[in-house]
Design a binder for this molecule. Structure first.
Ligand SMILES: Nc1ncnc2c1ncn2[C@@H]1O[C@H](COP(=O)(O)OP(=O)(O)OP(=O)(O)O)[C@@H](O)[C@H]1O
Ligand SMILES: [Mg+2]
Length: 154
């Protein structure tokens, strides 16, 4: 199943993230892909907000993994950009992917052999302020999310 959403502002992107975020559950994994500056981190910040996380969510590029425990469930934010060449970070990513909380992976395609059942989100830059989000689900556990999205997507 696939839906598309065009965001013309930061507010639009936040609206999409909050709508997805409210249906996330322990073990859900979001694989985010799209060019540099597409909006993966920006989107992730609003997802974190939807779980009630107040700690500032920033890009984990240099840490690969950041964990947040002040929300309704654990929130794991991975940036796989530096794992593109197939190096294994050996920092226990397997444990947090499909683990006891929500896991969001920027550049998820780079570690796809570690991610079994993701909700895939591809972000495309349309112009300065506009982005297209293509959300693809191949797993029934994301049906509630996909169903809800029909309201704002095409
Ligand atoms: N509609 C929009 N939705 C999201 N971000 C937008 C939008 N319009 C403009 N932007 C801007 O695009 C930039 C997105 O940066 P962000 O760091 O989130 O991208 P990224 O995909 O995480 O990049 P990287 O690959 O470097 O990690 C921000 O400066 C943000 O303000
Ligand atoms: Mg980023």
């Amino acid at each position: 199943m696939e839906v598309r959403y065009v965001s013309n502002s930061l507010e639009d992107t936040k609206k999409l993230a909050l709508m997805i975020g409210k249906n996330l559950f322990r073990g859900s994994v979001i694989s985010l892909n799209g060019d540099l500056g597409a909006g993966k981190t920006t989107f992730t910040q609003s997802l974190a907000l939807s779980l009630g996380i107040e700690d500032k969510v920033s890009s984990p590029t240099f840490n690969i993994l950041k964990c947040y425990f002040d929300g309704s469930m654990p929130f794991y934010h991975i940036d796989a950009y530096r794992l593109e060449d197939g190096t294994n970070a050996n920092i226990g990513l397997e444990e947090v992917i499909e683990g006891d909380g929500v896991c969001v992976i920027e550049w998820g395609q780079f570690i796809k052999e570690m991610v079994f059942e993701p909700l895939d989100i591809q972000i495309k830059i349309l112009d300065n302020n506009s982005r297209e989000f293509v959300i693809t689900s191949n797993f029934s556990k994301y049906d509630v999310i996909m169903e809800d999205l029909k309201e704002i997507c095409r």
